[in-house]
Ligand binder design. Structure first.
Ligand SMILES: Nc1ncnc2c1ncn2[C@@H]1O[C@H](COP(=O)(O)OP(=O)(O)OP(=O)(O)O)[C@@H](O)[C@H]1O
Ligand SMILES: O=C(O)c1ccc[n+]([C@@H]2O[C@H](COP(=O)([O-])O)[C@@H](O)[C@H]2O)c1
Length: 221
């Protein structure tokens, strides 16, 4: 059987049980040998995250510490430049060789923005795309993404049969948790318990991440 590698990129600001449960469901349902969690360093698509990439990566590391298949991959931090998924996939293809099936995992919210990604049409040269439904996000019926989707769509069996080139949609339960909610609760001084691993919660508290800043006092105030 060919090796099956999954690449799950994200801002992970912070990583939470929505990401982690999805990653585990995918390993169990699709039989990935490795699930690489890749924090982005400098996103091209959103404002600079409020927390440095080293800290976001450390939270991923804490979250997967006891997992045999979920692994932190820091290649986007080491690259140091704007984080393009195409570069990440191309590097992985080089490392894994021609026989490995590589899958780029993304939620439907991310997939809907795909036509704005760096050289997006080339992503399928290096791997498959696996799209997970997320409540509130639906595929458009027309436009370039819809056409791309129709052309490349296949069912999950293709991940065994081919090493790259197809788009697979999965209707896996996505927990209704977002990093935005965790940042908002923390800033409001409310509990985030049960939304993310305790080790990550402790790290956030120890480093005072996401806490509301005291209003700046100036000479005039
Ligand atoms: N609860 C969830 N269930 C399944 N997939 C998720 C969930 N939250 C995020 N994802 C997916 O994980 C990837 C990384 O997401 P990201 O790190 O931006 O998390 P987020 O919770 O959406 O963050 P934010 O609220 O800051 O936008 C994206 O592909 C996104 O679709
Ligand atoms: O390569 C790109 O141009 C590109 C554009 C937008 C998003 N991405 C990647 O998509 C992943 C999910 O992004 P986000 O904003 O949902 O955390 C993350 O790994 C980003 O680096 C990549």
């Amino acid at each position: 059987m060919r090796p099956k590698v999954a690449v799950f990129g994200g801002t992970f600001n912070p990583i939470h049980h929505g990401h982690l449960r999805l990653a585990l469901d995918l390993v169990q349902q699709l039989g990935f040998d490795q699930m690489l969690l890749v924090p982005c360093h400098i996103p091209m698509h959103r404002e600079d995250p409020s927390v440095a990439s080293q800290r976001r990566a450390r939270m991923v590391e804490l979250a997967v510490a006891s997992s045999p298949t979920l692994k932190l991959d820091t290649r986007e931090l080491k690259r140091g430049s704007v984080s393009y998924s195409l570069d990440t996939l191309a590097e992985l293809r080089q490392e894994q060789g021609r026989e490995a099936s590589i899958s780029l995992i993304m939620g439907m919210d991310a997939y809907l923005g795909l036509p704005r990604w760096h050289r997006w049409l080339e992503l399928l040269k290096y791997g498959h795309i696996v799209v997970i439904s997320r409540p509130g996000y639906v595929m458009p019926e027309d436009g370039e993404l819809a056409a791309f989707d129709r052309e490349h769509r296949a069912d999950a069996k293709v991940l065994e049969q081919a090493v790259a080139g197809r788009v697979v949609h999965l209707d896996i339960r996505a927990l209704a948790i977002s990093a935005t909610e965790i940042r908002t609760l923390t800033a409001a001084g409310l509990s985030t318990r049960y939304l993310l691993p305790e080790t990550v919660r402790r790290y956030i508290a120890e480093h005072g991440l996401y806490a509301a800043r005291a209003p700046e006092t100036t000479d005039k105030s």
